[in-house]
Design a protein around this ligand. Structure first.
Ligand code: F6P
Length: 359
């Protein structure tokens, strides 16, 4: 009997179940005697031995189901080496669970932090295979992560809905898109939704430039403007500050629920225009996976199973030029894939008149 552990970790996304299904279906076909152990709520389940032996029927009928049948939780990488409130060594506990269950391999579906922990477990001698999950698309080493396209659909749909009401009232609308550190989702949804101004963490904005872009639209007779703003959008002045200085500045200034409200207040103050803010929030991680993600998850899942069959451990399956490849975990752990401000997509968007608030 071969036993494979599986967990989903970090923020969820639409295509986690589709991916687990891909891994499981391929494994059940490859081996006659495989048992999948599902850990509840991510690494938490591995730490506290909270698991269940999966019935293979659990992997049927979940291709289109958002969320994760295993549950998930955030277990920050930087706290992995810190004992829990009862003094438990989490890393040792995870190794203990793995060994006690006599696992052949641990399959991890996760984003950046989860991949770092997967790499730590590899360094500690466990067999690990991981898969690239996140709506943020910020995992280094893969062209695309599963969940990203589905989230683009939701965020784009939000901007589409805003378009009609913005046109009726002649207002400025800001749609805040998920992404604290990277702006992939905002960039794609912003372009797909026809936003006039797109603000990304990677391209600090100048409020004067935003105001000019809005005034220009007014002059052209456009009744409304739409901004797609990433959660982590930052002004040029703030981008120059250290983390500590920025915290201090925010503490002493007006308090806003999020960056979109701050930008909105500044726009009203500078232009007198009426601004409305929409934050689709966790809707962007919800609902069913789009067909692209279902296909991607199926491919990644099958190839992850193949890595297990070949005992090719310590890798993440990834997409390179539409092919599924493997990347050693130590090469990806701790690296972010950010938007290059000079990339062709940004240049092309600028060519059609989209402002990024920078020039
Ligand atoms: O990492 C995915 C993500 O959805 C980010 O885009 C977002 O900033 C964050 O998670 C939200 O986290 P939480 O679900 O913990 O509020």
């Amino acid at each position: 009997m071969m036993r494979i552990g599986m967990l989903t970790s970090g923020g969820d996304c639409q295509s986690l179940n589709a991916t687990m299904r891909g891994v499981a279906k391929a494994l059940y076909r490859m081996f006659d005697d495989v048992e999948i152990i599902g850990f509840e709520d991510g690494y938490k389940g591995l730490i506290y031995a909270d698991y269940r032996i999966m019935d293979r029927r659990e992997f049927s009928g979940i291709l289109t189901k958002g969320g994760t049948i295993l549950g998930t939780s955030r277990q920050p990488f930087k706290q992995m080496r810190i004992p829990d409130e009862n003094g438990l060594d989490k890393v040792e506990a995870m190794k203990h669970t793995y060994r006690k269950l006599k696992l052949e391999c641990l399959v991890v579906l996760g984003g950046n932090g989860s991949q770092k922990t997967a790499n730590l477990l590899r360094e500690e001698g466990l067999n690990v295979v991981s898969l690239p999950k996140t709506i943020d698309n910020d995992l280094w080493g893969t062209d695309v992560t599963f969940g990203f396209q589905s989230a683009i659909n939701v965020a784009t749909n939000a901007i589409d809905c805003i378009h009609t009401t913005a046109a009726s009232h002649g207002r400025v609308f800001i749609v805040e898109v998920m992404g604290h550190k990277v702006g992939w989702l905002t960039l794609y949804a912003g372009i797909a939704g026809g936003a006039d101004i797109i603000l990304l963490p990677e391209i600090p904005y100048d409020m004067n430039v935003i105001v000019k872009a809005l005034q220009m639209r007014n002059k052209q007779g456009k009744r409304f403007s739409i901004l797609a703003v990433a959660e982590g959008a930052i002004s040029k002045e703030d981008a120059l500050l250290t983390k500590k200085e920025l915290k201090e500045k925010k503490k002493n200034g007006p308090v806003y629920p999020s960056v979109a409200y701050e930008i909105g207040a500044q726009i009203t103050e500078r232009t007198g225009q009426e601004v409305r803010v929409t934050v689709p929030g966790h809707m962007q991680r919800g609902g069913e996976p789009c067909p692209y993600d279902r296909v991607l998850s199926t491919r990644l899942g099958a190839e992850a199973a193949l890595l297990i069959k070949n005992k090719d451990y310590g890798n993440m399956v990834a997409v390179k030029n539409n092919e599924i490849v493997k990347i050693p975990l130590q090469e990806i752990a701790g690296k972010l894939k950010t938007v290059d401000p000079d990339c062709s997509l940004v240049k092309e968007a600028k060519m059609i008149g989209i402002s990024f608030g920078d020039e």
